[in-house]
Design a protein. Structure first.
Lengths: 391, 239
């Protein structure tokens, strides 16, 4: 208690130097929490958007289906029966049939995945209802990125060629009934959505699907033969991986910031021990043990972390709360470059774990950095310290 | 050991290595200091006064021989035990005052009591008493840079005396003071010696201090050359 009291006196008696160090360290606190909060918010938002618009509460994949291997699509379809059929009927599941096709927009050739979905589905927040258009033989829905890459727009017609289950090529015109704007690239890039029944006819199958998307919170059915259940951990793993790699990138920035703050603390401690060696000698003469003098200097340094946390709280809480409420706008047109379902604004979220974890981490590092230079005190002879010498 | 003996050194030797050479700072010093004495180590620079004071104050250890302070042999004390001896029983007064710069006068005087873990009430009473002894109660809230040299040394005296130690060691306490302040501070210490029975041991070559001493121990080249009791009559012959 005495050490703490003395350390507080010394710290506050340090005047401007103490405040400057604490302000620099507080920047590290606020920046770390802000950047990590940004990525935490990004992770949560992207996951939520992906669940809402693309992956639902999990998916059943036909055995052998691999979204990264187009050759598996030829055979990746199976009758939707049993529990999956029951869920589909009750609106708790949405079957999606996927076949490989080729489109010819504006005289060019482009590969596209044709995805059939029930226009009445209620599983995904996806504008499938536009596919109910009765005026069109084959209405098609594309995303804004697909529209940009093909030059197609609402009302355009595009020829599509595909192979049915017997390996026979066929071709027909599709009419674009809607260009949807979505942040989720996985339902947009290289894809054309058509009514499920139409696609079944085109492929020569009936009541078959490649993937069955189930509603959030529905859980997993018992083993469904021919189908493999993919849970959210599996379906979102790529997204999590991207967010993690982005977070690591941001970490370099805050490690650098923390390093600068620690350098200031270390420098102050080294200078303090050099400049205050006579004071150290006096403390020893007055009966303080070396251990207590070391503890005093270490606590003094560690207190910077507490003072910095308090200063950081004064300006950091309103600042962080502002960004959490108003969001942080990404530079125009850069949201897509992240490869994630990002909106133009990021909304940071600050969990208790993040705030407490950062505070504890900075406190521990500051304490270690404060302790290191005090090793000199252990070798200090009181008589030499009193004369202002360092042994 | 005789109860009245506070310090006893036996064939005390202190040698400092100086490159390939050795500097003998103390050479077989035998000294006994009894409780309540007001004594001084006098002699020219380099005669070993401060070295003897440091060993007696358990800030340093002898190379050979023995130094017994309040029944404890300095050469056998661990760092912790030595610190405890200084903390509980010895007060220090330095030539350059050595006040803690960021603390107020009150906090400087209170410092040794914080190390003794006394209660706040006990500390407050002791600090106010000590400041009264040196007539600085009205400067309790001042910080060292706001004090004159004389006032600073009086704070140092209060800090040394606040825990009522058996022994006060004063190293050239008047070297940075003018004549008036020197006499003032020495008068204060003499009163404390008389009223509280505290033993004072000075290291000095200042005539102003020597005139106040009750016992003068002259060191030359690390040896005690002369050890004399000053009569009260001689003490009064001050300018």
């Amino acid at each position: 208690m005495t050490i703490l009291k003395l350390a507080v006196r010394n710290l506050l008696g340090g005047g401007m130097k103490s405040w400057l160090n604490a302000v620099v360290l507080s920047l590290a606190y606020v920046m770390i929490i802000w950047t990590q909060g940004l990525y935490q918010g990004m992770d949560q938002r992207v996951s939520r958007t992906m669940i809402d618009a693309a992956v639902g509460g999990g998916q059943y994949w036909v055995d052998g289906y691999d979204p990264y291997d187009p050759f598996t699509l030829q055979d990746a379809h199976l009758k939707v029966t049993g529990k999956l059929e029951e869920w589909t009927r009750s609106g708790d599941a949405a079957p999606v049939l996927i076949i490989q096709g080729t489109i010819y927009p504006n005289g060019r050739v482009q590969a596209a995945l044709l995805k059939g979905i029930d226009p009445e589905q209620k599983v995904l927040m996806f504008p499938a209802s536009f596919l109910k258009d009765p005026d069109n033989e084959i209405p098609a829905l594309i995303g804004s990125r697909m529209a940009a890459s093909t030059g197609l727009k609402t009302g355009d017609t595009v020829t599509v060629r595909w192979r049915d289950v017997h390996g026979t090529f066929d071709a027909q015109d599709l009419q674009i009934v809607r260009v949807m704007t979505t942040t989720v690239q996985t339902i947009d890039v290289g894809q054309i959505w058509v009514p499920l029944k139409k696609l079944e006819e085109m492929a020569g199958v009936e009541n078959e699907a490649t993937v069955v998307i189930v509603k959030k919170g529905l859980g997993q059915a018992a083993d469904v033969p021919g189908w493999t259940f993919r849970d959210l951990d599996f379906l979102l793993q790529d997204i999590k991986q991207i967010v993690r790699s982005k977070t690591i990138g941001a970490s370099i920035f805050y490690v650098f910031l923390l390093f600068l703050a620690m350098l200031a603390i270390f420098n102050t401690q080294v200078l303090s021990i050099f400049r205050r060696r006579k004071e150290i000698g006096t403390l020893m003469a007055l009966g303080m043990t070396r251990g207590k003098v070391i503890a005093l200097f270490t606590v003094e340094g560690a207190l910077y972390a507490i003072l910095a946390a308090l200063i950081g709280a004064v300006y950091g809480i309103p600042l962080l709360a502002y960004f959490a409420a108003k969001g942080w706008a990404l530079p125009a047109g850069t949201a897509d470059s992240y490869g994630l379902a990002l909106s133009e604004k990021l909304f940071p979220t600050y969990s208790a774990g993040l705030v407490i974890g950062t505070t504890v981490l900075v406190f521990i590092i500051t304490t270690i950095v404060s302790f290191l230079p005090t090793k000199k005190i252990a070798a200090l002879k009181p008589t030499e310290a009193l004369r202002g010498k360092i042994s | 050991m005789d109860d009245s003996v506070l310090i006893r050194t036996v064939d005390l030797v202190k040698v400092y290595p100086m490159g390939d050479q050795k500097l003998i700072a103390l050479n077989k010093v035998n000294l006994i200091l009894r409780k309540g004495e007001f004594a001084g180590l006098v002699g020219p620079s380099g005669s070993g006064k401060t070295t003897l004071l440091n060993i007696v104050g358990s800030l340093d250890v002898p190379t050979q021989g023995s130094a017994e302070v309040l029944g404890q042999k300095v050469e056998t004390l661990s760092h912790k035990k030595a610190a405890e001896l200084r903390n509980r029983h010895i007060g220090f007064i330095f030539q350059t005052f050595n006040l803690l710069p960021v603390y107020t006068v009150y906090e400087n005087v209170e410092f040794p009591l914080l190390l003794l873990d006394l209660s706040a009430t006990q500390r407050k009473k002791a600090v106010l008493d000590a400041l009264e002894w040196v007539h600085l109660a009205d400067r309790a809230k001042s910080k060292p840079p706001q004090l004159s040299g004389g006032e600073s040394q009086r704070v140092a005296v209060a800090r040394a005396m606040v825990k009522r130690p058996e022994l006060v060691l004063a190293d050239e306490p008047t070297a940075n003071l003018d004549a008036e302040n020197s006499h003032h501070i020495l008068d204060t210490m003499e009163v404390l010696n008389r009223d509280l029975g505290t033993t004072f041991l000075f290291s000095t070559h200042d005539q102003k201090v020597i005139q106040h001493l009750h016992r003068k121990i002259t060191l030359v080249d690390g040896r005690i050359a002369k050890d004399e009791i000053i009569s009260a009559e001689n003490q009064r012959e001050r300018p």
